[in-house]
Design a protein around this ligand. Structure first.
Ligand SMILES: [Zn+2]
Ligand SMILES: [Zn+2]
Length: 336
């Protein structure tokens, strides 16, 4: 891309809920100290993007350039041209969580494409420390790393391993990512969702044959004692609450999704299980690295994940359809 200060780039802007337009914006030619310009190579669309478009995101200022699942190529310096995965969580480096090695839950976190403008455009600036070389990955695979890292982080938080029987509720992309890493950790993985479409994708594309509807009486037969870990990826308070009785004695609940509402549980049920409720937010560099290694080793069926490809210039026209079809799509990938 050019360095002409008058040059512009096509940028998809969510102007207000329900309205996305294409703007021409100046191409950034300089990055702040410690930051680095990258030319966007591929963008994954996330449930968060659908929520932003629908006006359902709790804290968000419009207009907003969405796009936080990003791969790109470094513009300047000795690494120019290097394909990188973008970690979109910009942390302060300074709060207690950051000082304690947990920048994923920084108190002042700003997520590219959510709290500040993201990558649905040609070029952005990103903190250099948030760029990871995507050795051995394609640009599209590199754009899948962030959402998979959310699942990899949740599985790491849970301590899931060989011999565990786990349930992932919510078979959207985050649930699928969680299930893939739980299976890689050696667990027997079950999935639950209201949507036959999503359960069908989990079964047919990813081989998760143990699927359940929430109205099933799940805890029968071999599952009568419950699940060692229940991962919630539904974003639904009622689903989270319905998951608590499914946890085996000694087991854990991992909240991968977030809801605005309060959730309640019965303390005596919680206590007698000696249960744990674990929050899992974003992901760490180690999770991104684990995902990249899993992709390189052929453990992640990235062809199955890439449901559809859209050019950035077509995105505003296509977005409402993608929102409607989301139960039948795993990941939509956008190229600038
Ligand atoms: Zn996302
Ligand atoms: Zn911080």
């Amino acid at each position: 891309m050019t360095r002409n200060p008058n040059a512009t780039m096509t940028t998809a802007v969510c102007v207000e809920p329900g309205v996305m337009t294409l703007d021409q914006r100046p191409i950034p030619s300089e990055a702040p100290e410690g930051w680095c310009l990258i030319d966007i190579a591929a963008i994954g669309i996330c449930g968060t993007d659908y929520h932003i478009f629908e006006g359902k995101h709790p804290f968000l200022d419009y207009p907003r350039v969405m796009g936080h699942e990003l791969s790109g190529r470094i513009v300047d310096g000795p690494d120019a041209g290097q394909l990188v995965v973008v970690n979109p969580y910009v942390s302060c480096g300074d709060c207690r969580a950051c000082r304690r090695g947990k920048p994923n839950c920084c108190t002042r976190i700003a997520v590219l494409g959510v709290h500040r403008d993201g990558g649905m455009c040609g070029r952005i600036a990103v903190p250099r420390d948030n760029l990871y070389p995507a050795e051995g990955l394609t640009a599209e695979q590199a754009a899948m790393v962030e959402f998979l890292a959310i699942g990899a982080h949740a599985v790491a938080r849970s301590g899931t391993g060989e011999g565990d029987v786990v349930l992932v509720t919510g078979a959207g992309p985050i649930g699928i990512g969680t299930a893939l890493f739980a299976r890689l950790a050696g667990a027997e993985v079950h999935m639950m969702d209201l949507s036959d479409g999503r359960l069908g994708l989990a079964r047919d594309l990813f081989g998760f044959t143990r699927t359940h509807k929430p109205d099933d009486t799940v805890l029968t037969g071999a599952l009568a004692e419950g699940f060692d870990v229940v991962f919630d990826a539904t974003g639904n308070a009622k689903a989270i609450e319905a998951g608590f009785p499914l946890v085996a004695h000694g087991g854990s609940t991992v909240l991968v999704s977030v809801v605005k509402d309060d959730i309640t549980f019965t303390d005596s049920e919680f206590h007698k299980r000696e249960s744990r409720i674990i929050g899992s937010r974003n992901a760490l560099k180690t999770d991104f690295e684990r995902v990249m290694a899993a992709i390189r080793d052929g453990h992640i069926p990235t062809d199955a994940i890439a449901s559809e490809r859209v050019a950035l210039a077509d995105l505003p026209a296509r977005f409402p359809d993608l929102v409607r079809a989301r139960d039948h799509l795993v990941k939509v990938l956008v190229t600038p």
